[in-house]
Write a protein that binds this ligand. Structure first.
Ligand SMILES: [Zn+2]
Length: 294
């Protein structure tokens, strides 16, 4: 565990887990993917000599809440598990993620631990500020990557969840998962002008003082994909055909059933944004839902 300020630090890993300490107690920001991630967090807590009394989840992707269940089992006097509205429902009912990706009773291939964490109790965040000891933890709205993602800030450290992805991730995956393109753009533009925090901790990147370059890269990725999707809509096509063309054109890897669903849903997020901007239209033709440039 690395402390950033007197009371705020993080445990680094595939998902950085925030730790906000007050005396010998701590609140976590996210809990990693599974029992193994939880065990690592518990070991770090024991070594540092604090007990875990609360969990603040940023959003309901399995790699952010999958450790909740194990932590709750070990820390019987855990006082709260909070998550943003809607996200908290998915944490209580993890089947909802494969349900929204598949759109019907999901197939087994979408029920692996990366898309469906262990269920955990969770309550909606009760207020925009969560008091803990003498500290105040601010809730910061960051929708776009998921329906109602939030970040948490305390003592000048901002845990910004999956609002931004690091250098290299775009090159590796070619397409960043997005639920709502317009909301994601707004979130990134808000983050571009952030001067309030002395340290920003993304979940999948190293903490840094200045994120403006990273925000710009994330924004230009969105712009590039939006333009690429639009360019493919010259003739009416299904969202599935557009996804296949986009992936082929940009060499975006799609090797598994779950990757197909993440990419296809992301392309639908772009199409929905283009529709709202009146750049494309959508209609049913020959029993097929097709999208075409206006
Ligand atoms: Zn996520």
């Amino acid at each position: 565990m690395k402390m950033i300020t007197r009371h705020v630090g993080f445990i680094s890993g595939p998902v950085n887990v925030g730790v906000i300490r007050w005396e010998n107690e701590a609140v976590l920001v996210d809990t990693g993917l599974d029992d193994a991630s939880a065990k690592k967090i518990i070991a770090a807590a024991r070594e540092a000599g604090f007990s875990i009394v609360g969990i603040l989840n940023t959003h309901a992707h399995a790699d952010h809440y999958g450790g909740n269940a194990r932590i709750r089992k070990v820390y019987k006097d855990l006082k709260f598990i909070y998550a943003p509205a809607i996200e908290e429902t998915i944490i209580r009912h993890p089947i909802l993620e494969p349900v929204y990706l598949f759109g019907a009773n999901p197939i087994a291939q979408l029920k692996g631990k990366f898309l469906m964490g262990k269920a955990s109790p969770a309550e909606p965040l009760p207020a925009p500020v969560i008091p803990f000891g003498d500290l105040n933890i601010q809730v910061v709205s960051l929708p776009g990557h998921s329906i109602n993602q939030v970040g948490y800030a305390c003592e000048g450290v901002f845990f910004c969840a999956d609002a931004i992805f690091p250098e290299g991730i775009v090159e590796k995956y070619g397409l960043l998962y997005c639920f709502d393109v317009e909301a994601q753009r707004k979130t990134l533009n808000m983050m571009k002008n952030l001067t309030t925090y002395k340290m920003i901790v993304p979940c999948h990147a190293r903490p840094r003082q200045n994120i403006s370059l990273l925000v710009e890269e994330n924004l230009s990725h969105i712009q590039e994909i939006s333009e690429a999707v639009f360019a493919l809509t010259g003739a009416p096509k299904t969202s599935e055909a557009l996804t296949a063309l986009l992936c082929a054109q940009r060499q975006i890897p799609m090797k598994s059933i779950w990757q197909y669903h993440l990419h296809h849903n992301t392309v639908k997020a772009y199409l929905a944004a283009l529709l709202k901007a009146e750049a494309v239209s959508v209609f049913v033709e020959k029993e097929t839902l097709v999208w075409v440039r206006k």
